[in-house]
Design a protein around this ligand. Structure first.
Ligand code: ZN
Length: 510
């Protein structure tokens, strides 16, 4: 199957609500060619009556680990577990109902142990698993919980707890990701269609170390529901097939992909995460409590890439035409990354800079984001998932945590994402969390940091901007007006249609 080009046909969307006014939109060969009332529909034009449904720019997810999301969608979901014992019970149930193929590993995903009353330990799992190797991946992807059979499989038979963190966990993550390519590609196509059904038209993929060629092969094989911007990690930067050797610059569209695949930024991870207490912070974490490994390195978190390594790396990448997207969660990590951006002066090289996550910031740093033109790439669903952990681990500092309104007021450009699989790849969950910082019945968490819906939508619009004549016809049609529904409805916004370059990638009821 050849790569899907932008739609070649003509579509007339009749009676859509566009920025508050009911109008028609005409699309030809992938672009919007006319906006106005009563546009004609000559023969050969597919006319679709939207009956007043809302038309919005197609939605982007600015931070995704797509293969991990693809796999997580199929793994045992540990999100509901509120204790180690409950997680073990979910494992036991899965082993009874859908055991893994003999010789393969049962993989669970999404446990959050920071507030559990009991400690995750290999013996808790051993009691229900016997000899079946089990790897449970934490929601924040920074550690895993192994039973003894899995520990033995990965050469960690003597591991004291089975809770394996950060660099020690990386090779295990690589192993559990090892799914036959044809299967992973098929599952990825499914995941792409599911995202399109939620109104997504594009993602920035931060899957390590570099997925550009895998995506090119997928597109060639007919996977065409999303535009993909593929980042590169430092370990793939200099290889013989890396972007530098191939002269690929950020923003280059990969030939033969029908405009679906673009070279992305260099991704660098400078610290850990909040849940794992590895986010690098100015103030120390409180003393470890129940369920927390007292051996977690460093009471301030970990700094994985210090400025003296980061600055030359950013400079070299920029000299080769690569933008930068740098992961920083703790306030000290963010401060150091901003220092590095200032020193590397990417703007002088014509390259852009983003901080991924920017979860805790010193009071002085939003203004520095703005002054340096650094985009804050943030994941509002983390507010819902991490509010209790933040209250405990960042007690006294939460006014500076997930501070989207502060960033906005300082003049910083926001880009919204999910960090899937940490949160689902669903732009409406992301948008709803940004405008209403509660995912349950509780009052919103730091409601002063909520951002207006139009801002959240604009920060989910990706590179194409507002809907105008001449723009690529990446559009989403919603059954309800996002501005007129409560947060719970916004989260589950019914999507009637998604157009990618004028081609329907999702259609339901129109
Ligand atoms: Zn991420």
């Amino acid at each position: 199957m050849p790569p899907a080009p932008d739609g070649t046909g003509a579509v007339l969307l009749r009676r859509g609500a566009l920025y508050g006014a009911v109008t028609d939109l005409r699309v030809d060969a992938g672009r919007i060619t006319a906006i106005g009332r009563g546009l004609p529909a000559p023969p050969g034009v597919e006319a679709v009556d939207l009956d007043g449904r809302v038309v919005l720019p197609g939605l982007w997810d600015a931070h995704v680990h797509f293969d991990q999301w693809t796999l997580a969608r199929r793994r045992l979901d540990l999100g509901p577990a509120t204790s180690a014992a409950q997680a073990a019970a979910l494992v036991a149930q899965r082993l009874r109902t859908a055991p893994p193929e003999p010789g393969t590993v049962l993989v669970g995903h999404g446990f959050r142990d920071a507030l559990w009353p009991d400690a995750p330990h290999r013996t808790v799992l051993d009691a229900v698993t016997g000899p079946v190797p089990v790897v449970l991946v934490a929601a924040d992807l920074h550690c895993c919980w192994l039973n003894s059979a899995a520990a033995a499989r990965y050469g960690l038979a003597d591991h004291p707890t089975g809770l394996v963190r950060e660099r020690d966990w990386m090779p295990i993550m690589t192993d559990v990701r090892r799914v036959p390519a044809h299967l992973l590609d098929r599952w990825a196509a499914d995941a792409g269609r599911a995202a399109a059904a939620r109104g997504a038209v594009g993602i920035v993929d931060f899957e390590a170390p570099w997925q550009l060629d895998a995506w090119a092969a997928r597109v060639a094989g007919g996977t065409d529901a999303l535009r993909v911007v593929a980042s590169v990690w430092p370990e793939a930067l200099d290889g013989p097939d890396g972007p530098i050797a191939r002269g690929l610059r950020s923003g280059d569209v990969v030939p033969g992909t029908g405009g679906l695949l673009t070279m992305g930024p260099l991704k660098v991870v400078t610290d850990g995460s909040l849940n794992t207490r590895t986010a690098y912070c100015h103030d120390p974490y409180p003393a470890p409590g129940a369920g927390v490994d007292p051996g977690a390195p460093g009471t301030h978190g970990v700094l994985l890439v210090p400025p003296e390594e980061l600055v030359p790396l950013l400079r070299r990448a920029a000299a080769h035409g690569l933008d930068a997207a740098v992961h920083a969660i703790g306030d000290e990590a963010n401060a150091l990354v901003l220092d590095a951006f200032a020193a590397a002066d990417l703007a002088a090289a014509g390259r852009s800079a983003r901080v991924e996550h920017a979860q805790l910031l010193r009071a002085v740093d939003p203004a520095r984001f703005a002054a340096l033109g650094v985009v804050a790439s943030v994941q509002p669903a983390h507010v819902l998932d991490d509010r209790d952990v933040a209250d405990r681990l960042w007690a006294g500092r939460t006014a500076r945590a997930f501070a989207y309104r502060t960033l906005l007021d300082a003049g910083v450009t926001l880009a919204l994402g999910s960090d899937a699989p940490v949160a689902p790849l669903d732009p409406w969950i992301t948008i709803a969390a940004a405008v209403h910082r509660s995912g349950d019945d509780r009052p919103p968490w730091h409601p002063e940091q909520e951002i207006p819906l139009p801002v959240a939508l604009a920060a989910s619009t990706g590179p194409d901007g507002p809907i105008t004549v001449g723009r690529r016809a990446d559009l989403v049609v919603t059954d309800l007006d996002p501005a007129a529904v409560p947060a719970a409805t916004l989260r589950a916004m019914p999507v009637a249609g998604t157009l990618l370059g004028g081609r329907w990638t999702h259609r339901a009821g129109i």
